[in-house]
Structures are given as structure tokens and as C-alpha cells.
Design a binder for this molecule. Structure first.
Ligand code: HEM
Length: 165
């Protein structure tokens, strides 16, 4: 009994109660911060993998038939329609990864993937136009679209090699 009383001395007692409460509070705070970050990721705001794959699917379909894009003889020569399913897969995985989703992009880096394609600024601008059209068609919010376009824009210097052909 005396041993129990000794253990329950005010100092020990408060440490006994307060320590688990502090640990629990820290765990809860970390968990809710994590949950908030996940909720806010661009990946989630774009509608997740299903929605992203629908957008990329539509976009690539339009892209590979577009006269401005096909006016590039190297792009046309690559038979873009034949490689479309593969490119759709790679672009979907890439968008998923760079927006905070659970995918891992394993394709070529952008400089390597577009080496020799001689992509012009005009073709780049057309690609952006087509992509914006697809985002609008799928009613992606203006804010999420802008964020995604900004991320895509960071690859421009690796893809575009010539001016307004
Ligand atoms: C933000 C812009 C772009 C992104 C994120 C992008 C992304 C990609 C990706 C992920 C691949 C597959 C890489 C791999 O093989 O592992 C690819 C391939 C390709 N891209 Fe792009 N691309 C962009 C712009 C363009 C533009 C503007 C053009 C042409 C005007 C273009 C033409 C092609 C072609 C033809 C291929 C297939 C190359 C081949 O298989 O031989 N891309 N792109």
C-alpha cells in the first residue's frame, strides 16, 4: 500500500497522466496535419488517378491528330498514333507522381524522351492550348488547371529546341 501511495505522489501522478496525454496530442496533431496535406494535394483535387487518366487519354487522342502537331515531320514520322497507349500510360503516371499521387514514373526524362523531335515553340503553345481545352472539357477547376500547367511548364526548356517553325 505504501509503495502504491509513494507511486501516486502528486509529482509522479501528474507525470503518469500528462505524459500519455502529451504523446496522444502529438500523434493526433501529426495525423491531422498529414490528412490535411493529403486532402489538399493537387492529385486529389484533380480527382485522383481515374480522372487524371481520363484527361490524359482524351488529351493524347486530340494531340496526335492535331494538324499543328503533325506539321512536325519528325513527330509525324514517329507514328505517334502507334505509341499513343504507351505515351498515355507514361504521361498519366508522371502527372500522378508530380501532383503528389502514389505513382512512380519510370519513363525517360523529358530531354531524352523528346531528343531529336525538334519540337518548336509553336507546337509547344499548341500543346498547351489543346491541354487547356481538355481540362475545360473535364471541368477541372481553374486553380487546379493553373497549378498543373505551371508544373508542365517547368519541362519546356527540356522539350522545345526550336522557334516558331
Ligand atoms: C508538358 C509537355 C509534355 C510532356 C509532359 C510530355 C511527356 C511525354 C512522355 C512522358 C513521353 C514518354 C516518355 C518515354 O518514352 O518514356 C513522351 C513521348 C513523346 N512526346 Fe511528349 N511530352 C510533352 C510535350 C510534347 C510535345 C510538345 C510534343 C510534340 C510536339 C511531344 C511529342 C512526343 C512524342 C512524339 C513522343 C513519343 C516519342 C517516341 O516514342 O519515340 N511531347 N512525352
Amino acid at each position: 500500500m505504501e509503495a502504491v501511495m509513494k507511486y501516486l505522489k502528486p509529482k509522479r501522478f501528474s507525470a503518469l497522466i500528462l505524459t500519455p496525454i502529451m504523446v496522444l496530442t502529438m500523434i493526433c496533431t501529426a495525423y491531422s496535419q498529414n490528412a490535411a496535406e493529403m486532402e489538399e494535394s493537387l492529385f486529389i483535387r484533380l480527382g485522383g488517378l481515374e480522372q487524371i487518366s481520363l484527361v490524359v487519354n482524351d488529351f493524347v487522342d486530340v494531340f496526335i491528330q492535331d494538324p499543328v502537331i503533325l506539321s512536325n515531320p519528325v513527330v509525324k514520322e514517329r507514328k505517334t498514333a502507334d505509341t499513343a497507349p504507351y505515351v498515355k500510360f507514361q504521361v498519366t503516371t508522371m502527372v500522378c507522381q508530380v501532383t503528389g499521387g502514389p505513382c512512380q514514373y519510370t519513363g525517360l526524362d523529358m530531354r531524352e524522351a523528346h531528343r531529336g523531335l525538334n519540337v518548336s515553340k509553336r507546337e509547344w503553345d499548341r500543346m498547351v492550348e489543346l491541354f487547356v481545352g481538355t481540362l475545360e472539357k473535364h471541368q477541372v477547376s481553374a486553380e487546379a488547371s493553373e497549378e498543373l500547367l505551371h508544373i508542365m511548364g517547368t519541362t519546356k526548356d527540356d522539350i522545345v529546341v526550336s522557334g516558331n517553325r
